[in-house]
Ligand binder design. Structure first.
Ligand code: PRX
Length: 654
């Protein structure tokens, strides 16, 4: 809490507010009345949202919370997620509407209509069935941002298989451990992906992971780049095997609580958590939030969420929410600076994008690159902007509003998590007068509070811990294979509340300001990485005796990973530069390039309490070049001097 208060004291007062334009208000999907509606009858409100979906069998009970914290939503209902995302739009006469406007990094483009998407999903569903995948089986997906990734996810949903998408930037070892934890039967991947103008091979990581994964029977491989890859007896080409399947497939209705997917995310230990989401409640909340928060108009909008399907944002706001709402959306394979730093603005102009959903890190990067890139394009098609993944600073918010949105687009800063499945806290664009940098308030149907250490809700003007006070439809149903960890992580600090792990403040008007994580989780470019995970990777290197990792404030990425390592005796050798490079690469091999520490400092000691707990707070002071805070609880208070002295002689970064 001490740290939360310090942040609060430093938080700037933000008094500017931006109400939506009268024109936006008139046309908005959601009005202020839905707050009252949800308040008056929360479960009735959710039942109404659920009935926007196509149920094969209607539900008999909205929420069963008798086995808390294991929720059941829309009990007794049965539905098929892929049918809801694809078939029903074709059946209602929208088969010719473009679902996906895909653009590859090299410039290749393809439009896929809902009818074509349905055919592809059916073929893929038949293909994975022929490969022995049936309802309840797990399928690992390790793919670039190409339409086949969406098709693969929907094919799994269609046959009731549980997908586990692993971000294609993760290492072979990270993929292997996730395959093992979920005991995946099938892996769907591609030969490679286009990144920054060159082909990055994906298949070798899969080969390495699969060689050590006896549960995997087959690997289905999309030919994306045509790069040379090794071919083994488990491998099957997508373009041969899927293409030859029948486009007829009858969807099976699954129970509302049937598992839909697992998505691994970092926790406070070295082992990632397999966050489990189920069918009816998840689809209800992601489609509802996508409709009201983005004000989606299916006949006219062109939606673009720039996330990767490897993260929850890609699951909920590229695949399930948007497609359930019959969106037309852009999917882009590559990086924002290829071939030039104007790629995104060029995409927006050419495709006439109306809604853009991205992360503060990207916004800050564009700010740094300069206004001339967006200003060279006509961005007037944009009518709404969204932000997600980390706190957005008022300066970036204002830049987003004026330079990208032409002062004409409401901004929705959406707070949620892998665990929440869908958005929880956000303005409603046609209702809320937004403040730059604030996620404002809980969405209708969501219960949220800011509490103190004792779990007492705090009033306006106070800061503390963010909790969710009521179960919600898209909530995680547990951690794959580890129910106790689910209870311990989220429901033990205050058993009546879900503990999100974030600090937050309610300002004097009751607007909510997120203050970052209060646990040992870092947020780097909107990606969650646990300090312990990086520490474990570092100590698995033969030269490292001990490691402590902190997230240090970074202008662009929000936080940057800074590691302090103690070497094993006799390992010092050179000035440390070569070793530091080796250690950074070692972390990339163990976890993935996203977890590479920006800076590694070789130190003689780490600051520990008498019980052996590392005081990361003090290391954070060092990493952020502040004078070191209170070190009186250290077992050896002199250690901070030692660290500072050590730094002068041996720090290195690149
Ligand atoms: O700390 C919060 C931050 O991201 C965490 C969730 O990360 P993840 O599960 O990877 O999901 C990211 C995409 C939903 C949260 O605990 N976070 C997410 N959105 C915001 C945010 N922090 C501040 N403002 C946000 N809008």
């Amino acid at each position: 809490m001490a740290e939360v208060h310090e942040t609060l004291d430093n938080l700037m007062q933000e008094n500017r507010t931006f109400p939506p334009s009268p024109a936006f208000v008139t046309e908005a999907n959601a009005t202020a009345a839905i707050y009252d509606e949800a308040e008056a009858d929360r479960l009735g409100f959710w039942a109404k949202q659920a009935r926007g979906l196509d149920w094969d069998t209607d539900f008999t009970e909205v929420l069963d919370w008798s086995n808390a914290p294991f929720a059941k939503w829309f009990v007794g209902g049965k539905l098929n997620v892929a049918y809801n995302c694809v078939d029903r739009h074709v059946l209602s006469g929208h088969g010719d509407q473009i679902a996906i406007r895909f653009e590859g990094e090299p410039g290749d483009q393809i439009n896929i209509t809902y009818r074509e998407l349905m055919d592809q999903v059916c073929k893929a569903a038949n293909a994975i069935t022929e490969l022995g995948v049936s309802a309840g089986d797990r399928v690992a997906i390790y793919m670039p941002m190409i339409p086949e990734a969406v098709v693969a996810m929907l094919a799994c949903a269609r046959v009731g298989a549980v997908h586990s998408v692993v971000f294609a930037g993760f290492s072979a070892e990270a993929l292997r451990s996730r395959i093992e934890d979920a005991q995946a039967k099938l892996v769907i991947t591609a030969d490679g992906q286009n990144r920054r103008g060159s082909v990055m091979s994906l298949k070798p990581a899969v080969d390495e992971a699969v060689a050590a994964s006896p549960s995997v029977n087959n690997v289905l491989v999309v030919r994306r780049c045509g790069n040379d890859i090794a071919w083994g007896e488990k491998d099957v080409w997508w373009h041969e095997f899927v293409a030859n399947q029948s486009p007829e497939h009858t969807p099976i209705a699954f129970d509302s609580e049937h598992p839909l997917f697992i998505l691994y995310t970092s926790g406070t230990t070295g082992k990632p958590k397999g966050i489990l989401h189920t069918t009816g409640g998840y689809l209800t909340q992601v489609s509802y939030t996508h409709r009201v928060v983005f004000d989606l108009k299916p006949d006219t909008d062109v939606f673009w969420c720039t996330a990767d399907i490897g993260w929850v944002t890609g699951h909920s706001y590229i695949v399930y929410g948007p497609l359930a709402n019959r969106v037309t959306q852009v999917i882009y394979e590559g990086t924002p600076d290829t071939p030039g730093k104007d790629r995104w603005w060029d995409i927006i102009q050419r495709h006439g994008v109306t809604i853009l959903y991205t992360a503060p890190t990207a916004i800050r990067t564009f700010m740094k690159w300069g206004d001339e890139f967006p200003q060279a394009y006509d961005l007037s098609s944009l009518r709404l902007l969204g932000s997600v993944g980390e706190p957005i600073n008022p300066e970036a918010w204002m830049w987003y509003r004026s330079v990208i949105g032409g002062n004409n687009c409401p901004i929705v800063d959406t707070w949620w998590q892998t665990e929440t499945g869908g958005m929880m806290i956000s303005p409603l664009p046609g209702v809320t007068a937004t403040k730059p940098g604030s996620a404002m308030r809980a969405l209708p149907g969501i219960g949220m509070a800011v509490v103190d250490d004792a779990g007492t809700p705090l009033g306006n003007g106070h800061g503390g811990f963010l909790v969710l006070t009521e179960p919600w439809p898209a909530m995680l149903r547990g951690i794959w294979g580890d129910n106790q960890r689910f209870i311990d992580t989220y429901w033990s600090k205050w058993p009546q509340f879900y503990f999100a792990g974030d600090g937050a403040k309610l300002d004097n008007d009751g607007a909510l300001w997120l203050l970052g994580r209060v646990d040992d989780v870092m947020n780097v470019s909107g990606h969650r990485i646990s300090t312990t995970e990086v520490e474990s990777a570092l100590v698995s290197h033969p030269s490292v005796a001990e490691a402590a990792v902190v997230g240090a404030a970074d202008e662009t990425t929000g936080q940057a990973i800074v590691a302090f390592v103690i070497l094993r005796g006799g390992m010092e050798g050179d000035d440390g530069t070569t070793l530091v490079t080796e250690l950074r690469n070692h972390v990339a091999t163990e976890i993935g390039a996203i977890a590479k520490p920006k800076k590694i400092m070789i130190v003689p000691e780490l600051p520990k309490t008498r019980s052996g707990k590392i005081l990361r707070r003090l290391l954070q002071d060092v990493a952020e070049h502040r004078s070191v805070g209170d070190s009186t609880t250290l077992a050896d208070p002199a250690v901070m001097n030692l660290i500072s002295a050590g730094l002068e002689s041996s720090s290195a970064d690149d």
